[in-house]
Design a binder for this molecule. Sequence first.
Ligand SMILES: [Zn+2]
Ligand SMILES: [Zn+2]
Length: 180
Amino acid sequence: MSTPACAGCGRQVRLKASSPAGPICSACHARRHTGTCGSCGRDTVLVGRNSDGQPWCNRCYTAATAAHLAEQRRDIVVAAVAVVEPGLTDDAVRAAIDATGIRGQRRLACHLQDHPDALRSGPNSAPPALGRFVQALVAAGAQRITLIHPVCADWLRPRASPAGPSAWTSWLQPNVFFRK
Ligand SMILES: [Zn+2]
Ligand SMILES: [Zn+2]
């Protein structure tokens, strides 16, 4: 049994792709899928079609996917804020998201998905992206959302001081304050 030839160039090489004429090699596959990207205008390998139905390149496809993901993350955050703070407009919330910086947005959306109560009951001063976001919401006029540090929750909880009473008495001893 002989190796089938590429339906495009006739070479007897490994055939990795299919075409209407039969199996073709990777070189022919690339050649057939090369053209002008409908989004950026580069002559390059095309990977599919954009929302306008034009063929587009891998770079445009990747950028559009990233933009789509970013928009999904913003929707998650906007929805999380709307539950706690319905008085804030979506635009105000989106401006606050922008204030957290582009790199913090993914962290922000993931954290709010994992901790849906963080905005309402805290702590929300960390991760830093969330802390910046909460401060931006407060600046935008949020009434129910405030910055809550984890240490505040610990402080309000009635429990024994981990250091014990001896730590307090050493503070009260005069030589701590009036050391010569
Ligand atoms: Zn070929
Ligand atoms: Zn392109």
